[in-house]
Design a protein around this ligand. Structure first.
Ligand SMILES: Nc1ncnc2c1ncn2[C@@H]1O[C@H](COP(=O)(O)OP(=O)(O)O)[C@@H](O)[C@H]1O
Ligand SMILES: O=c1ccn([C@@H]2O[C@H](COP(=O)(O)OP(=O)(O)O)[C@@H](O)[C@H]2O)c(=O)[nH]1
Length: 238
């Protein structure tokens, strides 16, 4: 049997994708499907850390937050990621995967705080670690949290599972003629202002020489293909 291409990965799951076809919140069938994909990869023996977004519940820059103090709105967004993390860990528990949620903001009665050595220990024990509350700071995104935690835990790659199947020359949801890259450098992605990830996340990964793979969260089997090193999505590299 061929072996996975990576030993330790940081998976960024889109918060917005958790809605499925609903207008808001967590769609049960969608989270179960996502977790089944995660389980498949965990069973390969890959050490898996997850950062999940919060856009399905609240986003600091969403129209619904207009008129609010930005930092306050961002803290609400971070709390939304805590809810998603709890839902994700619970869905994993239901199918027999041990997961630990660690929060970047103090909320001890609900989840344990993020402590790097503890996270590393969990990973070595084969537990899935879910990093909640993003970076713990307003004015950042969970993509940046993925870049940060990925660097901290020594992940070999950040896997960004999102609504599109890779990085395009322009936003494929707005420009029908946009073309898909199979690979692109960080500098090119930043220079072209490609919005699939924010520039802070790209810059951090570039400086740490931490590659990113962008792929579809809705395409069946895509996560496993990525982990097996097969041709899938777009590789963003130094
Ligand atoms: N050049 C591009 N290539 C791919 N997607 C892009 C690009 N520019 C903008 N996008 C948009 O970025 C979105 C993914 O980013 P984001 O909103 O951060 O998603 P997530 O919820 O996964 O964090 C895609 O749904 C796509 O519409
Ligand atoms: O380090 C962080 C991570 C997230 N957020 C807030 O949490 C929201 C939800 O995260 P994100 O938009 O990245 O989620 P996704 O795009 O994956 O749904 C963001 O809009 C921000 O308001 C933040 O302030 N700091």
């Amino acid at each position: 049997m061929t072996k996975p291409a990576y030993k330790r990965v940081l998976l960024k799951l889109s918060g917005e994708a958790l809605m499925g076809d609903d207008a808001f919140g967590i769609n049960r069938a969608t989270i179960e499907r996502m977790v089944a994909d995660v389980a498949e990869v965990a069973k390969l023996g890959v050490e898996l850390a997850i950062v999940i977004g919060g856009g399905n519940i609240f986003r600091g820059v969403a129209p619904g937050a207009q008129g609010m103090d930005r930092a306050t709105a961002d803290y609400m967004g971070m709390l939304a990621t805590v809810m998603n993390s709890l839902a994700l860990a619970d869905a994993m528990r239901q199918i027999g995967i041990t997961a630990r949620v660690m929060s970047a903001i103090g909320i001890e009665q609900v989840v344990e705080p993020y402590v790097r050595p503890k996270a590393l220990q969990y990973l070595e024990e084969g537990k899935v670690v879910v990093f909640a509350a993003g970076t713990g700071n307003p004015f950042f995104t969970t993509d940046t949290a993925a870049a940060l935690r990925g660097s901290e835990i020594g992940a070999e790659i950040v896997l960004k599972a999102t609504k599109v199947d890779g990085v395009y020359s322009a936003d494929p949801k707005k420009e029908a003629g946009a073309t898909l890259y199979s690979s692109i450098t960080f500098d090119e992605a930043i220079a072209k202002h490609l919005q699939v990830m924010d520039a802070t996340a790209f810059a951090l990964c570039r400086d740490q020489k931490l590659p990113i793979k962008v792929f579809s969260i809705v395409k069946p089997g895509a996560l496993k293909r990525v982990v097996m090193g097969e041709d899938e999505g777009t590789l963003v590299h130094v």
